[in-house]
Ligand binder design. Sequence first.
Ligand code: AGP
Length: 608
Amino acid sequence: MCGIVGFTGSQQAAPILLDGLKKLEYRGYDSAGIAALCDSGIHMEKASGKIKNLDAKIDGGKALEGNCGIGHTRWATHGAPTDENAHPHLSNGGDFALVHNGIIENYAALREELIAKGVTFKSETDTEVVVQLLEQYYDGDLKAAVLKTVGRLEGAYALGILCAHEPGRVIAARQAAPLIVGVGVGENYFGSDVTAMVAHTKNFIYLEDGEIADLTPDKVTIYTDLGEEVEKPITRITWDVAAAEKGGYDHFMLKEIMEQPNAIKSTIEPRIQNGEIVLDDFHLTDEDLKQINKIMITACGSAFYAGSVGKYVIERLCRIPVEADLASELRYRDPLVDEHTLLVVVSQSGETADTIAAMKECKARGARILAIVNVVGSTIARLADDVIYTWAGPEIAVATTKGYTTQVAVMDMLAVYLARRLGRLDDAEYARLVDEIQQFPSLVQRAIDLNPNIQGLAKKYYNHNNIFFIGRNLDYAACMEGSLKLKEISYLHSEAYAAGELKHGTIALIEEDRPVIALACYEALFDKMMSNIKEVKARGAQVLAVVLEGNRQIFAEADDVIFIPKTEPMFNSLPEIIPLQLFAYYVARENGCDIDKPKNLAKSVTVE
Ligand code: AGP
């Protein structure tokens, strides 16, 4: 929900911290602030609104002296996005500055306890209790003060700590919120994800829950919240800064839409060897597989819609019951899960709080956990029994595109892999499906190239609200994702409906000029969809149909038509989402929306 950064070295800290915050802005952008330590103590500047306001206030960082510091960009949870509530927070005596991502669940009790001791509070945030506790516990031993403080906290936190009496030293503490240490030469960093630090180092230490990093320019010490030092491996990442830049596109979202053929290629190519799907990272023995009598898929948002695609495809090929359930529901519904359940957890960031909670709930009930995630070393990746990474590269736009399509590609690959291992596919069918999967990158490229008129269509529909997305079977799963894309970046209301459901109520909403986007790519149900299109047309709807290229029947009914390239019908979800992504993007552009950073949203929802 928020992004935090820290630096200690020989350079001025503030410009480095500001640059890091800009890379994390997609995680939250209500307000931002930086604190740096120099000879005269801790200096701090904060600003509500986007990071550019802070940038202007501190002249790109030059106005804030000091070679060690911490920074924060906020997605408000407790307290409005004001300067007072912006992080960093200072202790009353000015001895400490602190930044925080997460929620301190027991902050009210701690606040009362501190007020009783005469501590005054300047903000409405939960975070401020932490910095006041630090000052209460500090008696010259910073490590002891930090251990005592985190020992009092309940909830989720990634903390960055700066102490006025400890020049050149910054502390980072992790509990159920992402936090990574960047290891430099004569300088060290911490951040909420690697994009904040990759311009300076490619060597990272992924902190686990309960671990604390104690950084000076020449030393990284990691210890547990019990104070015991631990040795941690250094992971070297392979992608570079350019991967986290816009690359000449107006928006990260458009860049990431165009990157999808390569992202899918990177995801599937290493896993198809000599015509065989090889999932080395999935250590499921034949005996394990025999024990599985149910597959559950859980995720949030777009990841859930990718999981919904997986439900259709895996169930159809494997003939095992497959449930897809929202993580925020699954975690509280006392699910029927045991050692015979394979739980597939889908997440781009690997840090979504609801998804982690659902995963832990099912793990505790004996389920085997397979994670499909994009961020290496993320919490979900580390908690799972097996991990299949979607090698999409860093996804910066809040609205996921390549994150979603690589998840769908993995779902399709997983379905074919499992069906083969279960003996459900003969050699010819297996070879045919594997070949179709190998065509995915070119299939998606063709879906991008096939519709140069999307921007024109967006101009026709951009000022309509309450848009219907209707479809059946796998087309319905694509409707859900297409509708979310439109809602979250253009702020136009739309809803996805199973087309067969319209007659049970929602057709009452159809009136003159109501836009209806009808996905009719699943040929086995095309005639049913034509009936639904006729029904809404008869009531005045404007119909934009998405169909397979070469379909001529559709022109008899639809006002506008988008074509998608043909593939195995089960795999339609990949090409058919591409025009819907582009449609949402161009509608949002027409409406002048902040496409990469939509209001009220954050890239990774790490709080409940
Ligand atoms: C997608 O466009 C949204 N930003 C959101 O629904 C997202 O998919 C959801 O929060 C899950 O995130 P995750 O994949 O990182 O777990």
